[in-house]
Design a binder for this molecule. Structure first.
Ligand code: NI
Length: 181
């Protein structure tokens, strides 16, 4: 089922998620719906807040070719799509600045500095504890989605200059969706 994607300006995007006590059939269905919604919108990640929910969960599906060279080889063992319940980043290494966008910010994209490599622990849809270490684009997606779960948005990380250049667009987008910045 395709869900509505909440946009910048809607209050839920600034709310913090709560860990799920156990992954139920309902949450497995929600994760599948989020993947369907993300694919339909042409995104590579989607967090609970973006479909108006506050469970600590997100989905990621990086198409082949997004990560290049060594990063692609490093991330190759990670099975897509990822359905992450109660994810937490337990290690970060290095840093790099790359372009980023978000389905809650149609038409706006900016440069964000993030860790080059992250290790994330989570529980999978069968309630098994898992750990994934990722680099490059996948590492960036994990950090972006986990930020959502804490009510943090990628525009919070923009350089001062980019924030200034997007100020008008961001204000307009927020205003048309409820006004919460
Ligand atoms: Ni996003």
């Amino acid at each position: 089922m395709i869900l509505r994607i909440f946009k910048y300006g809607e209050k839920v995007l600034r709310e913090k998620s709560s860990p799920v006590p156990v992954v139920t059939d309902e949450l497995r269905t929600l994760a599948d719906d989020m993947i369907e919604t993300m694919h339909e919108a042409g995104g590579v990640g989607l967090a609970a807040q973006q479909v108006g929910r506050l469970e600590r969960m997100c989905v990621i599906d990086i198409p082949e070719g997004c990560d290049k060279g060594e990063d692609a080889a490093f991330n190759a063992p990670v099975q897509m799509p990822l359905k992450l319940f109660n994810p937490e980043i337990i290690a970060r290494n290095g840093s790099e600045c790359e372009k980023e966008g978000c389905l809650s910010f149609p038409g706006i994209g900016g440069s964000v500095t993030r860790a080059k490599e992250v290790t994330c622990q989570y529980i999978d849809e069968e309630n098994r504890p898992q750990v994934v270490t990722a680099r490059g684009f996948l590492a960036r997606a994990i950090q972006h989605e986990l930020d959502h779960l804490d009510g943090v948005l990628y525009v919070d990380h923009l350089t001062a200059l980019e924030r200034l250049s997007f100020a008008g667009k961001l204000k307009k987008l927020a205003k048309s969706n409820g006004g919460v910045r």
